[in-house]
Design a protein around this ligand. Sequence first.
Ligand code: SF4
Length: 491
Amino acid sequence: MSEINLANPEVAVREIRLGSITGFGGSAEELMQQSRCGLKDKGRSFSQCLGCSTAQAACMVTLIQDAAVISHGPVGCSSCLHEFAFTYRVNSPLRGIGTPTPRRIFSTNLAERDTIYGGAEKLAAAIREVYARTKANAIFVLTTCAAGIIGDDTESVCDEAEEELSIPVIAIFCEGFRSKVWTSGFDAGYHGIARKLIAPPRQRRTDIINVINFWGSDIFSEWFAPFGAKPNFITPYSTVESLKYASEAAATIQACQTLGSYLGAVLEKEFGVPEIKAAPPYGVAQTDHWFRTLGKLMGKEDEAEALIAEKKKEYLPGIAALREKLQGKTAYVTGGAAHGHALLSILGELGLTAIGASIFHHDPLYDNDAEDADALAASVKNYGDVPNFNVCNKQEFELVNTLSRLRPDVLLCRHGGMTLWGAKLGIPAQLIGDEHFGMGYEGIVRYGERILETLENDEFVKNLEKHAVNPYTKWWLSQDPLTFLEGHKSA
Ligand code: SF4
């Protein structure tokens, strides 16, 4: 298990903590095998774009209902925060929240002068102003490259403000330059929550299970009922109070190991909350395994078996019918690591052939060191290898080149902005933002029906292809897609 130190204001980035990479070309099985014996990252001699850790940290702290967030840096660095305000609002019906509260998002707006004289005073004034305006129950301060480079003592400013205002004021160290693996920002956000918000448990409760997730629909209230428990979602639509006592839960589960790897390990190691160390429930085999693991941990194995039997009776016929319709179709997946792997399992279960994937980074193992938590390994074991498996931090030039060669029947995406590449090439593309949509037996049916709809309604993308202008030249499209990946030899 990687080192955890809540006394330290910062958490190490994933490259250092987990040996995570952003460059690989080969097959899923090769990557899985290399992950067990010293996986090495491959650089790119050309890079088009990169995500920023600030955005991932912001993603988690912006979704807390009664907190405020300050981006300490130039105003441009805070542009991504508004994206999560949008996410918060549009996904609130998935969690039954009728009137979502406005998000409280601010920037210290560091200017050139501040980079010379320092931004600490500006930050201290901003924290006071934000508290006066919002009366938030906690304030998060996200550091940016500029604040890091000029060496502002953000931690001290936050500590002093905390004393003055008597609310948690939490510095989160997530400057974009720290890591090529932008999911390091999730860890930074959770590290701040763990060191300043989560309190030692007063008791151990058997009726609460932590769910570390993005913003997906609440499927867990129904799933946990036979175990006598309710979900405590971390962090979407949580409150400072509900996060504080996440330490008392019976267990922690994760919708996506890429997201919750660090916090799951912290809750177990520092607060005694056991983590379900099984890959999330995507595909029949993994759903069986996940429910059994949960049942064992909760001491309710019979209840788990009854739930599995009941759900399989209800949903397996529907899955078989969809498999018959989808058999032989080809698909390509693009998404973040663990969720992208989950989509491969759904495809395998539905009888589609995954002919490739572009996955934004890869963690050889998660913070809990459990091979059983490896969603890619589960997918390869249950549904076989995937060729053309590219670890690629959203380098769209590689994706477009690959898609134009492979031309799958359908493109599955996890992030906005990626579907358009399929559509421009006349490939039906599907984006589902609710990460719980494909979970469990019922999720396979939901997903399969949506894929069928997407395949059957391809007229728009076929027309679009005729009129779309591809920004990539014929020269680039005739090169090997991995031309710029270090050490790659063209086939
Ligand atoms: S990479 Fe640095 S400069 Fe760019 S948005 Fe992120 S924090 Fe700001």
